[in-house]
Design a protein around this ligand. Structure first.
Ligand SMILES: [Zn+2]
Length: 207
């Protein structure tokens, strides 16, 4: 019997349960944005780890629930799943950072991406896009400076940051300008005309 080892494994399992509760909270937040699935998978990994920890703790106490399952085999599988778990978590974090701080592409690349997305020749975009636009935040009243590359960078999925509105032969572009407002990010939808001139804004929302 390895009582101390069993105790440490039980403490580890309790810490894991804490992690499980945190994952559940993350799922509850992300569910509304249809982004919860990776965290549901991570939570099932944690369930598997809990089973493994429990099984090993019992084995340390001399109780063998599944006779065909050796500690060596179980440890091997736990190592494999731990590696997958860590990689998945890192990728999710990377995506989150990119969403918050903007993916690290240059101004030229961002303008290319914009041109491709709105079907405008990139030379025209470069000629029309100003380096700096400003709009007043309706929540904090501060002047928020932005550029098209900023908006593109802040939205790795460009369709979330740029919307092309076509009506009665007139094309306009809705840009979602992200700005850190007080204690959270807000997005201000601004309208730009076909010459990429600022036209109007709509009420901002928290993101
Ligand atoms: Zn603000």
């Amino acid at each position: 019997m390895l009582i101390l080892n069993a105790l440490i494994v039980v403490v580890s399992a309790i810490i894991l349960v804490g992690g499980l509760f945190v994952s559940f909270r993350i799922i509850r937040i992300l569910r509304n944005y249809n982004l919860g699935r990776p965290w549901i998978i991570l939570s099932s990994f944690i369930f598997f780890f809990l089973f493994g920890y429990g099984y090993i703790a019992l084995r340390f106490l001399g109780i063998n629930l599944i006779s065909g399952l050796s500690i060596e085999n179980l440890m091997t599988v736990i190592f494999l799943f731990s590696a997958i778990f860590v990689v998945t978590l890192s990728v999710l974090n990377l995506n989150l950072m990119r969403n918050v701080f903007g993916s690290g592409i240059s101004d030229a690349e961002a303008l290319n991406k914009f041109a491709q997305y709105v079907h405008m020749p990139v030379r025209k975009v470069r000629a029309l896009a100003k380096r700096d636009y400003a709009v007043n935040c309706d929540a904090c009243n501060m002047a928020v400076h932005y550029s098209i590359p900023n908006v593109v960078r802040a939205h790795p999925q460009i369709e979330r940051g740029v919307v092309v509105d076509k009506g009665m032969g007139i094309t306009s572009y809705r840009l979602y300008v992200r700005h850190f407002c007080g204690n959270g990010f807000r997005e201000i939808p601004v309208s730009h005309d076909h010459k990429l001139e600022y036209r109007a804004k709509r009420p901002s929302r928290l993101v």
